[in-house]
Write a new protein. Structure first.
Length: 382
């Protein structure tokens, strides 16, 4: 049977003080279901709540009434096309969730054991999992100190003859500095796959994330900028990657013979019901992004002069969509630790939970973790 990895406090060392304590007791209010008299309650300030104020119900009803509810139906194709258009790319491949979208994109490269993929240490575990699923070796680099994004200079230092891909992660909705990264990748013949799970609508020098690398993956989880409940998407201009992804997504059925397979495929399909919600959501993407940016500006106005708080940085060349509005907290100057603040406010989750490896040798990520950070969605109300 599978056994969990266990570390004693002694083995964890400094890590024990950085990894968050258990979540504080919270109370969330769920909307009452009409058939029941009472509303289930637990109170919390949500990280993010979906906004389903467009054509979601109308499109889902159409899917139900036409009986197209599984992985075929017009909403899937239309959602793929509309989201690809929003990212300024030719192709969109809808998937079951963001993790499998990234796995599927990487799987098209045909990686083998011993191949290496470079990615930032400051990310969510799904990024490194997707690389590991493909049998490749993840190679971690630190983030740069100005905007907390992947450090391109450190990427250059980690490239070897075994490096086959680089996965920049647009953390919290702020783009990575992609031009020097793409130049570096082209010099070495390396594929770049963006992890754009948090950056729907973000822009780098006027170009949308999702269309900056060779391919990209997005998440449509319930707390993302647009949502399908669970869901994901690959975007690309590369026809070969798109065709392989479409094929691998559906068990790699061959067009030559049914039940004939030339690859080991996956069942990573999105349902037409999810795509119906997604289409309605992408119709509202611009307004969602504008609302987040307004809220972020208001957060900054209220927080920037408070001792011990550092508000998010932003590059002049970036359009940050603020999937999360994260603040750095200097415990001594602020007078409260991260976990004390979490217990006092029951708000968000600290970004130290996003570090996939304790940052020994990763000075910037270590600095961010040692000044624990409170994250809150810019989509939430003030």
């Amino acid at each position: 049977m599978l056994k969990p990895a266990e570390l004693s406090l002694e083995e964890m060392g400094d890590l024990a003080a950085v990894i968050p304590a258990a979540d504080p007791e919270v109370k969330v209010r769920y909307r009452a279901i009409p058939a029941f008299e009472e509303t289930t309650r637990r109170a919390i300030i949500p990280v993010c709540e979906p906004t389903l104020s467009g054509n979601e119900l109308k499109y889902v009803q159409q899917a139900v009434e036409t009986n197209w509810i599984s992985s075929a139906g017009s909403f899937i194709r239309e959602f793929e096309a509309r989201f690809a258009e929003a990212c300024h790319t030719r192709y969109g491949i809808a998937c079951a969730n963001g993790t499998v979208a990234l796995h599927l994109a990487i799987a098209t490269l045909g990686l083998e054991p011993g191949d290496e993929v470079i990615l930032p240490t400051f990310t969510m575990i799904a990024t490194i999992n997707a690389v590991t699923y493909c049998g490749a070796t993840p190679v971690l680099v630190d983030n740069e100190p100005d905007y907390w994004q992947l450090d391109v200079e450190q990427v250059a230092a980690k490239i070897t003859p075994r490096t086959k891909a680089i996965v920049p992660v647009h953390i919290y909705g702020h783009p990575v500095d992609m031009d020097p990264l793409m130049d570096l990748a082209r010099q070495h013949g390396i594929t770049v796959i963006e992890d754009a799970a948090e950056s729907h609508g973000a822009e780098y020098k006027g170009r949308r994330t999702g269309g900056l690398g060779d391919a990209a993956s997005f998440s449509f989880y319930g707390n993302k900028i647009i949502t399908t409940g669970e869901g994901g998407m690959i975007t690309t201009d590369n026809r070969e990657i798109a065709q392989l992804a479409w094929n691998l997504r559906d068990h790699a059925f061959s067009s030559e013979r049914h039940f004939w397979h030339k690859f080991v495929g996956f069942n990573y399909r999105m349902t037409n019901l999810q795509a119906a919600v997604g289409l309605a959501q992408v119709e509202q993407l611009e307004s969602f992004v504008a609302a987040r940016r307004r809220n972020a500006a208001e957060y900054t106005r209220r927080l920037r002069d408070i001792p011990g708080i550092t508000t998010p940085p932003g590059a002049a060349w970036a359009k940050n969509v603020y999937w999360m509005y994260g603040i750095l907290i200097d415990q001594e100057a602020y007078g409260m630790s991260r976990d004390e603040l979490r217990r006092a406010r029951s708000i968000g989750r600290p970004s130290a939970a996003n570090v996939i490896r304790w940052p020994n040798g990763f000075a910037v990520t270590g600095s961010i973790c040692r000044r624990p950070r409170r994250s809150r969605s810019a989509r939430s109300s003030m």
